[in-house]
Ligand binder design. Structure first.
Ligand code: PEP
Ligand code: MG
Length: 885
């Protein structure tokens, strides 16, 4: 296997692996691609992701073959640029960067200016004719290498720089002279030696191999693991390493470095969008140390910024860049996020990749590109990440509500959020776990804050531009973010922030508007989203491509209404027990379960009947003309038991029993393992009167709605937790008996179906027999996962995270279906069920019905519908379309 691929310098590899993201990573494959279409790419080479996996598996060792391949590839760079690595007179310098299959922002590490040492720095100074530049580059290298490769605290170096500036009365780095940098380099080396117990490496080959190891090793860093877990990226992919000739954006006023998008990543508008810094290196832009300048004149003017745009200050290089943007968009037919450097007037491309975008921008660009003729409708549908729609389905700030604006920062990631101010990621996580809404407020964020950013409703930073870490990560996570709110000063120790005369303490509530950059005092009211425009267009295209129906899991009329607006085509699961918990009803439910005998139960059930009927009427009315699956009572009776003394006292009053008697009765009903206990259809078998009441309520409601509206609903009565054909046979007879009675009383008959959930492995295995009694199967994959894995869905949180980290399960199996395992049971049950009853209706109603990967599996298995919670309905529609394409 070839593990090293070169790019640039005119040589174009015809090995398809060189441009395969899975092999050379996102960055490496795109560098190869750009070089092959003739864009100015500094020459370099990529060590493959496979090598990373091998390296990590084989105990961090490089073999002779790899060393030889790397030497040859390095020689390719040397020949192309006409400089030699480690040459004291005219040294080649390289960058070493990671690049996984998918970008993992801030997670992996970069080293620039590698190849500098006490000798080569002199050569660099004389060749560039700029001593200051050479020594500045050297000190950057020592600091970055020490941090990234040697694992030293970068604060030590920053501190030394701060002291140097203070001693000299400087306020900006730009004021340091060559001699100042020289002195600082000596200090940096001393710091490194003190911390390491050995000198900073002077051998350029040691530097290179150290950096390569560090990149590979960083794949398994804690931060990378957290990111992978949050984003469902498998640990087995590995990262590639890219080694590339350095070009310098810090060679004076005709040099610059920048990042850009070919369209606006926040709005999707067709404007070049980006930031650049004159006389700077790449990390300066991303780190938010200096405030970057705008790329285009229009953007600069719109923002009222003073510093000139690149379009104005470097018109030639800008013109080149604009040409490259168009070439890239036409080549990739996709919005690109690029990094570039201008070295003494000459433009170099350092990276291109598909740009991250907000959901709104994703929709707009997909729809626009169809209209521009760049892509077709199917591609547009495939291009929008279903999960990203979530951002659009949630409320935005009410434009008419008063806003007490504290300050305005950059609109870094859209959406609105209110919450309590917190100043560190750990607190954010702790409070969020308790269900509190928090806003994470930081000077700037770093990869160490990821967990807090995830836990927070929104993110506010004092520093950093639109491409800062906070902005990029927030956009990716769909969290609203306001960055670069420079009026904000934060005192982290005493946990207060000041904005002008206002003081914010931890816990004070603020609101962010990520679309405008406004930061407001208190909680500002929100309004529901409008599902029109690009959203509606794309969903229309998606609906035309989809085979499966999309239903919703809902049990209140309000949820039904919302789900219909989101496009639900019926109810796949109405959990009737939720109706039992209502304030006015729970005591009747308790009266029923604590009753001594059938007569006692029937008395309590009679009180519940009109309530249930009313529920079902409301739902049938809301879902007029659509199928409604109603599940009969499922949870263990255990769950309804009273706990508090007042609850027992109230029950004693209603039933006439003493409190002691009721407590003893409740004790008798206690179960050791209620999820495997007296629940599901077992309730209907032992207490048929419960199911009789529910069936009566369903059909009375259906008849009344048919009578009143003229449109007859089609109820689908669903029996939970069935494991045997006999159970379903008995309960189906019960349903038919009771339905018949109601029809006779009401003088009309209605169509209806009786079916079952498949939630137990036995049910899946016996699906052929069970289908004789059931007209539909709905896969209850929450329980089916629980029962197949033998993992309690209520207790799994404690160990599933480490399980996912260790790669035991690729993702949380309660979130994304365990296709390998549980999926087999679904396939098998579908096949056996269809064999018995070819027209059996098949659906899924576990949480997985709203998960795109699971939906793709359902499509493959040929299910008729998926059912998801209301907010997931549009996600499911899009995912179902993507699965069908
Ligand atoms: C299931 O088990 O997948 C299901 C939908 O039922 P519930 O979540 O109510 O147990
Ligand atoms: Mg279930």
């Amino acid at each position: 296997t070839q593990y090293v691929y070169t790019f640039g310098g005119g040589a174009v590899s015809d090995d398809p692996r060189a441009k395969d993201k899975n092999i050379t990573g996102g960055k490496g494959s795109n560098l190869a691609e750009m070089a092959s279409i003739g864009l100015p790419v500094p020459p370099g080479f990529t060590i493959t992701t496979e090598m990373c996996v091998k390296y990590l598996a084989e105990g961090a060792n490089f073999d002779d073959q790899l060393r030889a391949d790397v030497a040859a590839a390095l020689n390719h760079i040397e020949m192309t640029v006409g400089k030699k690595f480690g040459d004291a007179a005219d040294p080649l310098l390289v960058s070493v960067r990671s690049g996984a299959r998918v970008s993992m922002p801030g997670m992996m590490d970069t080293v620039l200016n590698l190849g500098l040492n006490d000798e080569t720095v002199q050569g660099l100074a004389s060749v560039s004719g700029d001593e200051r530049f050479a020594w500045d580059s050297y000190r950057r290298f020592i600091q970055m290498y020490s941090d990234v490769v040697l694992g030293l605290d970068h604060g030590l170096f920053e501190e030394a720089l701060e002291i140097c500036k203070e001693d000299n009365g400087f306020s900006a780095d730009i004021e340091l002279s060559a001699d100042d940098w020289k002195k600082l380099v000596a200090e940096y080396k001393a710091i490194a030696e003190r911390e390491l117990g050995r000198p900073f490496p002077m051998d350029v080959n040691d530097q290179l191999w150290g950096a390569i190891s560090a990149v590979f090793g960083s794949w398994d860093s804690e931060r990378a693991k957290v990111y992978r877990r949050l984003n469902g990226i498998p640990g087995g992919w590995g990262t590639a390493v890219n080694v590339q000739a350095m070009v310098f954006g810090n060679m004076g006023e005709t040099s610059a470095t920048g990042v850009a998008f070919t369209r606006d990543p926040a709005t999707g508008d067709r404007n070049y969008y980006g930031e650049y810094l004159i006389n700077a290196q790449g990390e300066d832009v991303v780190a938010g140390i200096r405030t970057p300048q705008y790329l285009t004149k229009a953007a600069k003017e719109a923002a009222g910024a003073k510093l000139p745009s690149m379009e104005e200050s470097m018109p030639e290089a800008y013109g080149e860049l604009a040409k490259v943007f168009d070439l890239l968009e036409n080549h990739y037919r996709e919005m690109q996020d690029i990094e570039f450097t201008v070295q003494q007037g000459k433009l170099w491309m350092l990276q291109t990749r598909t740009g991250k975008r907000t959901a709104k921008a994703a929709l707009k660009m997909a729809v626009d590109m169809v209209h521009e003729g760049l892509i077709d409708e199917a591609t547009a549908v495939k291009r929008v990440d279903p999960m990203a729609l979530d951002q659009l389905l949630h409320p935005t700030l009410d434009p008419d509500a008063p806003r007490d604006i504290l300050t305005v920062g950059l609109p870094a990631s859209p959406g609105a959020a209110s919450g309590a101010v917190v100043f560190d990621a750990d607190t954010a996580e702790q409070l969020a776990e308790r269900g509190e809404a928090v806003i994470l407020v930081r000077v700037e964020t770093s990869p160490e804050d990821i967990h807090g950013m995830h836990a927070a409703k929104g993110i506010l930073t004092a520093r950093g531009g639109m491409t800062s870490h906070a902005a990029v990560v927030a956009r990716g996570m769909g969290r609203p973010c306001v960055s670069g709110a420079s009026a904000l000063s934060i005192d982290r120790k005493s946990k207060v922030a000041r904005i002008g005369a206002n003081e914010l303490k931890e816990g004070d509530v603020i609101t962010l508007d990520g679309a405008t950059g406004e930061v407001m005092k208190g909680a500002v009211p929100t309004i529901e989203p409008e599902l029109v425009g690009d959203f509606a267009t794309l969903m229309e295209w998606a609906d035309a491509k989809r085979r499966m129906k999309v239903r919703t899991n809902a049990e209140t009329p309000a949820d039904c209404k919302m789900a219909r607006q989101f496009g639900a085509e019926g109810i796949g699961l109405c959990r009737t027990e939720h109706m039992f918990f209502d304030a006015g009803r729970i005591s009747s439910v308790r009266e029923m379960i604590l009753a001594e005998d059938e007569a006692g139960r029937r008395k309590a059930l009679a009180k519940l009947l009109p309530e249930q009927r009313m529920d079902f009427k409301a739902i049938f009315t809301e879902m007029a003309g659509l199928p409604v699956t109603i599940r009969l009572l499922d949870p263990p009776l255990h769950e309804f038991l009273p706990h508090a003394d007042e609850e027992f006292a109230e029950l004693a009053e209603i039933t006439g029993y003493g409190v002691d008697h009721l407590k003893r009765r409740a004790g008798e009903l206690h179960e050791f393992n209620p999820m495997l206990g007296h629940r599901g259809c077992r309730l209907g078998i032992t207490y048929p009167e419960i199911y009789e009441m529910q069936v009566r309520a369903i059909f009375e409601a259906a008849c009344e709605v048919a009578e009143e509206s003229g449109e007859a609903p089609v109820p689908e009565v669903m029996i939970p937790l069935v494991g045997t054909k006999k159970e379903l046979e008995i309960l189906r007879a019960l349903v038919e008996r009771e339905a018949k009675k109601v029809f006779e009383e009401k003088g009309r008959t209605l169509e209806y179906l009786v079916g079952t959930m498949i939630e137990l492995p036995r049910a899946a295995l016996m699906a052929g027999e069970i289908a004789e009694e059931g007209e539909f199967f709905s896969f209850g994959t929450n329980d089916l996962t629980q029962t197949t894995l033998g993992v309690s869905r209520d207790d799994a949180a404690r160990f599933l995270t480490p399980y996912v980290d260790k790669g035991i399960y690729p993702r949380d199996p309660f979130v994304s279906l365990d296709i390998e395992g549980v999926g087999q049971l679904v396939e098998l049950a579908a096949e056996r069920g269809r064999k018995t009853r070819p027209d059996i209706k098949l659906g899924i109603c576990g949480e997985h019905g709203g998960d795109p990967a699971s939906i793709a599996f359902c499509e493959k298995t040929g299910l008729d519908y998926v059912s998801a919670s209301p907010y997931r309905v549009p996600i499911a529609r899009l995912a179902a379309a993507q699965a069908a394409l």
